[in-house]
Design a protein around this ligand. Structure first.
Ligand SMILES: [Zn+2]
Length: 173
């Protein structure tokens, strides 16, 4: 049976994304105009469609096209699909070592780095699996640097547990 975030965990996820947006904005020097192009939303497991659910991943990044915009880039938006059950299980398994707040912040920052890189054309959503593995490593490195100004013991543990070799599984199709 799937486990879902409760109300307090959903609001924690929301706060994590706001904080990650601020940190990523500063790190990448994202202008307000550029933020407008970074169209994304965040959904938790209870609100996901079947194809958005990924077992064994913390998050799944989907790209959709919508609207009447003439340019393809203008029609695209990203959906960050949080897999509540996997996240909750990881927290339980680690007992008190992994805290929910730093784990969610790490996931949020990692996903936003993907979105910004895709929108800027620095990462390719339609890449091959080998290229995606490469992109994952890059994104992990960037996420680490981006979080550096606020890294404390708890966040460091999250970063260490999810080392370069660790894949969030978010780009796999
Ligand atoms: Zn990723």
């Amino acid at each position: 049976m799937s486990r879902y975030f409760d109300a307090s965990q959903i609001s924690l996820a929301g706060r994590s994304f706001s904080q990650a947006e601020q940190l990523a904005g500063r790190y990448f020097r994202v202008t307000p105009g550029e933020w407008k192009k970074c169209r994304y939303d965040v959904k938790t497991l209870a609100y996901l469609d079947k194809q958005e659910v990924r077992e064994g991943a913390f998050a799944h990044l989907c790209r959709y096209e919508y609207g009447e915009e003439p340019k393809p880039e203008g029609r695209q938006f990203y959906r960050i699909c949080l897999q509540d059950d996997r996240i909750l299980n990881a927290i339980d398994r680690a007992h008190s070592f992994i805290r929910p707040a730093p784990l969610l912040l790490y996931i949020a920052a990692h996903e936003l780095v993907h979105v910004i890189r895709f929108v800027r054309g620095e990462g390719n959503f339609d890449a091959t699996d080998a290229e995606k593995a490469n992109e994952e490593e890059k994104v992990h490195r960037i996420t680490r640097n981006l979080l550096k100004p606020i890294t404390d013991t708890d966040l460091n543990l999250v970063l260490e547990c999810f080392s370069d070799r660790y894949q969030l599984g978010d780009l796999l199709q």
